[in-house]
Design a protein around this ligand. Sequence first.
Ligand SMILES: *Cc1c(COP(=O)(O)O)cnc(C)c1O
Length: 404
Amino acid sequence: MLDINKIRADFPILSQQIYCKPLIYFDNGATSQKPKVVIDAITKYYEQLNANIHRGVHKLSQDATDAYEISRGKVQNHINAKFPYEVIFTSGTTHSINAVANGFASILKTGDEVLVSALEHHSNIVPWQMLCEKTGAVLKVIPMNEAGELILSEYDNLLSNKTKIVTVNHISNALGTINPIEYMIKKAHEVGAAILIDGAQATPHLKPDVQALDCDFYVFSGHKICGPTGVGILYGKEEWLRKLPPYQGGGEMIATVSFEKTTYADLPHKFEAGTPNIEGGIVLGTAIDYMNEIGFDNIASYEQELLEYGTKKLLEIEGLKIYGTAKEKASVISFNIDDIHPYDIGTIIDKLGIAVRTGHHCAQPIMDFFCIPGTIRASFAFYNTKEEIDIFVEAVKKAKMMLT
Ligand SMILES: *Cc1c(COP(=O)(O)O)cnc(C)c1O
């Protein structure tokens, strides 16, 4: 079980006051807060280790390189990748998806199909649209139902030998739906398609096993799992990473360069052009260690408690509607009250020290589906409490009273 007071003490920012009120941070879907060990590791890197990696013969450069590669190994263990070189450091989920979509430009032909789910973040829609424009492939959408669940029979119907890649998030950032990715991966492979899983919203809540899942690509961001911004992961199966061309050209990703011909470096360097976010890569390992110490089973069961409690409390408010009522759901609650604009409620509760996200959550097609401009989204992390939920619900009631 979690010792919440002890955990909260790990996060310096949580003891802040906002407008003279204790901060209640329910915007974890946008980014997580950082524990002291992560903040300290960033400082330690710049105070003791800073040097460019994979280049110098000098001691600092070697030490920084070792720390960077140890962190890659931690990520490999964490997601259970078969080889360390299947783990590519990127700047985040967006970068990872773009690297894969760009690589598929050399594979797709006119008339091929790319399947995208209706539940995606813009960063898992736009790169595929750009890819289709470039190649003449066709983008098809896997539809969802009113609960915010993908309609699997429609998915089955969309799959064919024209399908070259399927892309879907593990957990939806806008609604919290946990998608049945095991089934979707199996079905994609039955027609010979590759499948990318956007794990940006899943990795804060669970530990993915990419070999058990058998997905071709799994991507996520460091900043949503207690790590720094500007670092993320592209996991790809070896055969795919060998097949895809590099995303960017530059230093570090080459074996030899002449003006006649350049040959690429081996994995993972082929996809890591230029000086990377060295500090971010190293500290991502610290963040993963921290979360594993708390334990993902503990995190998941505690967050489910918060989800159930928050859902029950919020539904006591008359006129409140929750969007996303999937059976399998993570600790994200998206809602509106009557026809009050979400922004108005968000602004009022902000003055009470409560941070939530309002708007379309980078998922406009989902908002269009429900015919709403946006929602208020409260997303809970393992350092949040039921007491905070109580204060939040009272604040929402107050905002409702002021606005009606
Ligand atoms: C946050 C998020 C992204 C984008 O992540 P970045 O860190 O901004 O690159 C993509 N997909 C989902 C589901 C997300 O929650």
